[in-house]
Design a protein around this ligand. Structure first.
Ligand SMILES: [Zn+2]
Length: 124
């Protein structure tokens, strides 16, 4: 499990760099690995599903809280894959607002899983 999660951390950083995100000096594979380990078994802050490394919609994934800022450890969080896909390039507040729109409810209906419609994210 720890080998897999380290690989996950490495790959997550790599994938974000490929998409053009600029990482600041304090981000390392070890720190992202630790962040993920700290969050496994906890709940996704947006939907409340338990974060794990199991394949599927609720797999733990690395999210950039505010994608328009430089990426440092304070700007990273672990959320489920499904919420991450829906959040896209929105920042935390924008995503919370988006979750109150009919557009969001339409997206949720297209998703066959049991995705919650009520707001659960914490406000910064
Ligand atoms: Zn989620």
């Amino acid at each position: 499990m720890s080998i897999l999660s380290r690989k996950w951390a490495q790959n997550s950083i790599y994938q974000h760099k490929l998409r053009g995100f600029i990482f600041e000096g304090d981000v390392s594979i070890s720190k992202v690995h630790q962040l993920m380990k700290d969050n496994l078994g906890k709940k996704c802050i947006y939907c409340g599903k338990t974060l794990s490394l199991d394949e599927g919609s609720y797999k733990a994934s690395l999210d950039i809280i505010n994608p328009r800022h430089l990426v440092n450890m304070d700007n990273l969080q672990i959320i489920c894959k499904k919420c991450n896909e829906m959040k896209g390039r929105k920042n935390h507040s924008e995503f919370l607002r988006f979750r109150q729109t009919p557009q969001y409810l339409k997206q949720v209906k297209c998703f066959k899983g049991n995705y919650p419609t009520k707001i659960t994210g914490r406000l910064y």
